[in-house]
Design a binder for this molecule. Structure first.
Ligand SMILES: Cc1ncc(COP(=O)(O)O)c(C=O)c1O
Length: 411
């Protein structure tokens, strides 16, 4: 061993592939500030290697957010460590989670009478949390509107913890509709009415919401795939929940916005991690939260506020969706979208080819042009373009150009 070796921290000796400036032995008193400052002085720029990613989730994130995260990855704002490495109870992370909550409150104009929770377990764990927290026992009833695979899954999970009833299902029509609210037979004794605001697989989106006629006036919505894509009047809901990985961050964070009076009534069998009261009392820090994911969501909320808020975001989303649906509708049947026009999703656009044998070629050729993840969900086939907030207009323009060219060659 050389004489200098003992002065090199073990962690650096292990990382031989790291850049030399990080490897050079230095006194412990000298921190890696030079490297950090260099990174900050020349922020990374957008790369032409990025693809247009039409995935349904995890999905594309805003480039400015990725670049900001990249610039802060190694040393978060002079803290000397990455957000991934810091204590969730330390001052830096506390200010990250508090700002994320306050920015989300601003974005959605969330009333003070609602709590905002940053949880784990995906929207899927909310399928269980909701009946467990809202129903006193398995005897309690709940109304479910089933407009696609996700609301179907949430209904099936609720069957374990309460007595839910499907009061409307679009299954017979292959999930292409939203019901007429006036004709819904809601149970006045139900504990809550549950909807999926946007069916990610079938591309069906509620444009307005049914008024709950149950005793507590409780409407619960799974907004996983259209969360923060447009303004929403939160006061119409008892609970809004959403997995982050479509519009607002990486997978691993689940947001729950809940009317405060609905907290604290969980069934005795509720696992502690599914009890809203525990998370509310501990400000989402009962156990170690998904810190980096929450940080990323916070950057996205900040970015959406910088864009001017959700009204502007919705306008842009409409512009993108109009362009794509118009291309489908004007293709004289070469492309088809099965969903009823008035409830077509601004986020997930499913479509098929009249000549279904060409769908494989369509997907492969699009991939070669830098447009990926266009394959429809395995349960429905065809294609699906997810055009969340972070999909640039240019991405949709490119897709539409490609669709026209493909039709010209194969029509
Ligand atoms: C509308 C909707 N609800 C629920 C889920 C399940 O979310 P998770 O995988 O985060 O549990 C998804 C996932 O894609 C979804 O799109």
């Amino acid at each position: 061993m050389s004489a200098a070796a003992p002065t090199i921290p073990n962690s650096l000796l292990l990382n031989r592939h790291k850049p030399t400036r990080l490897l050079s032995p230095r006194p412990f008193a000298v921190r890696c500030t030079a490297a950090t400052q260099t990174a900050a002085a020349t922020p990374p720029t957008a790369s032409s290697t990025r693809l247009f990613n039409f995935a349904a989730g995890p999905a594309t994130l805003p480039e400015p957010v990725l670049l900001k995260a990249q610039s802060e990855l190694y040393d978060y704002q002079g803290s000397g460590m990455s957000v991934m490495e810091m204590s969730h109870r330390g001052k830096h992370f506390l200010s990250i989670i508090q700002k994320a909550e306050s920015d989300l409150r601003n974005l959605l104009n969330i009333p003070d009478s609602y709590s905002v929770l940053f949880l784990q377990g995906g929207a899927t764990s909310q399928f269980s949390s909701i009946p467990l927290n809202l129903c006193r026992s398995s005897e309690d009833s709940a109304d479910y509107i089933v407009t696609g695979s996700w609301s179907d899954k949430s209904f099936k999970e609720a069957q374990r913890y309460c007595s839910p009833k499907v009061i409307w299902s679009g299954k017979a029509d292959k999930y292409v509709k939203i019901p007429d609210f006036d004709n819904l037979e809601q149970n006045p004794d139900a504990t809550y009415l549950h909807i999926c605001a946007n069916e990610t697989i079938h591309g069906v989106e509620f444009k307005d919401y049914p008024v709950p006629k149950n005793k507590g006036g409780i409407l619960v919505a799974d907004m996983s795939s259209n969360f923060c894509s447009k303004p929403v009047d939160v006061s119409k809901f008892g609970i809004i929940y959403a997995g982050a990985q479509k519009n607002v961050g990486p997978s691993g964070v689940t947001m729950v916005i809940i009317r405060k009076d609905l907290i604290g009534n969980a069934q005795g069998i509720t696992p502690i991690m599914l009890d809203y009261k525990i998370h509310d009392e501990n400000k989402s820090l009962y156990n170690t939260p998904p810190c980096y994911g929450i940080y990323m969501c916070g950057l996205v909320f900040e970015h959406l506020l910088e864009l001017g808020g959700l009204a502007g975001v919705e306008k842009m989303n409409k512009k993108k969706a109009d362009l794509l649906y118009q291309a489908i509708d004007e293709s004289k049947g070469f492309y088809r979208c099965p969903v009823e026009q008035s409830v077509r999703s601004l986020m997930n656009v499913p479509f098929t080819l009249e000549k279904s044998e060409l769908e494989g070629d369509f997907i492969k050729e699009a991939e070669k042009e830098g447009m990926v993840q266009l394959k429809g969900h395995r349960s429905v086939g065809g294609m699906r373009a997810s055009i969340y907030n972070a999909m640039p207009y240019a991405g949709v323009e490119k897709l539409v150009g490609f669709m026209k060219d493909f039709q010209a060659r194969h029509g």
